[in-house]
Design a protein around this ligand. Structure first.
Ligand code: DHB
Ligand code: FE
Length: 289
């Protein structure tokens, strides 16, 4: 059967992608940020998954305000990097896994989560920046991402957005779905976006290091408790875009300690850095024991 062996959590700031695409990663501003991902890039090589189930949010790129799915699973064979206003990022196309994606859609919808099935969409920085951070520079002409990716988009842009508890429970359903797939493959689940940031209004630029680090602690040790945190706490403490962090609970809910029987996951890597553009960058790699 298929198995989720690890989860990865990382922020997705678009300026990080731009820094990589323009060869600025060694500049004084960016070097400390990228150093925090040196371990992760080696870890990706040493622990190469067969498929990445990548939870992210679209920023009104694939889904305009005309139509906003709460949870959308990408079932296509491939996804192109989106044009977000400066042209598409020069990174490889994302190869999907239609067979596993369809299986997960079937299983998760039958577990009473209403997913939107998306057979065609472009993917924005919410998905491509985490891939770039974890996999390093890739030339779209000669390189490919290391494995197929199932994009899973969550609405954290237009209220009402899903609660942390619903995201956590969805992660539990995704784990069951993966474990009922009959091929013996290794799946990683990624939760992306966050940490504290606010891009607009009177509190634009807000960063809350203490709250972010407490979030990381709770995500590791007490995800059941963290899932109960209401929206207002994310927005008050981590800023309006801090709400992106509910997506991390989907990936955490899919880890094997949540419904047992398994111990807490091993923390393979933990990193926190301020700032990247307007955002605090948090990053964790958790391995199932
Ligand atoms: C920034 C952060 C985001 O999450 C985003 O989607 C866009 C911009 C920023 O910090 O600049
Ligand atoms: Fe964002």
């Amino acid at each position: 059967m298929a198995r989720i062996t690890a989860s990865v959590f990382t922020s997705h700031v678009p300026a990080i992608g731009a820094a990589m695409d323009m060869g600025k990663t060694q500049e004084a501003y960016w070097a400390p940020l990228f150093k925090g991902y040196d371990f992760s890039r080696q870890w990706m090589k040493d622990n190469k998954p067969d498929v990445i189930f990548l939870v992210y949010n679209d920023h009104a790129t694939a889904f305009s305000l005309d139509c906003i799915p709460t949870f959308a699973i990408g079932t296509a064979a491939e996804f192109q990097p989106a044009d977000e206003g400066w042209g598409p990022r020069p990174v490889p196309k994302v190869v999907g896994h239609p067979d596993l994606a369809s299986h997960i859609a079937q299983s998760v919808i039958q577990q009473d989560f209403d997913l939107t099935i998306v057979n065609k969409m472009d993917v924005d920085h919410g998905l491509t920046v985490p891939l770039s951070l974890m996999c390093g520079e890739k030339d779209p002409k000669t390189d490919a991402w290391p494995c197929p990716v199932i994009p899973f988009a969550v609405n954290v842009v237009q209220y009402p957005v899903p609660s942390g508890q619903r995201c956590f429970n969805l992660g539990r359903a995704i784990r069951k779905a993966v474990e009922s797939y009959d091929k013996d493959i290794n799946v990683h689940i990624w939760g992306t976006g966050g940490m504290s940031h606010q891009l607009q209004g009177a509190r634009a630029g807000l960063i809350n290091k203490e709250w972010d680090n407490q979030f990381l602690d709770l995500l590791i040790d007490n995800p059941h408790g963290l899932a109960k945190m209401p929206h207002i706490d994310y927005v008050r403490e981590a800023g309006s875009e801090g709400i992106e962090l509910v997506m991390w609970l989907i990936a955490r809910g899919a880890m094997s300690d949540v419904d047992g029987p398994a111990p807490l996951p091993k923390v393979a890597h933990r990193f926190y850095h301020v700032p990247a553009s307007n955002t605090a960058v948090g990053h964790l790699i958790l391995e199932n024991q």
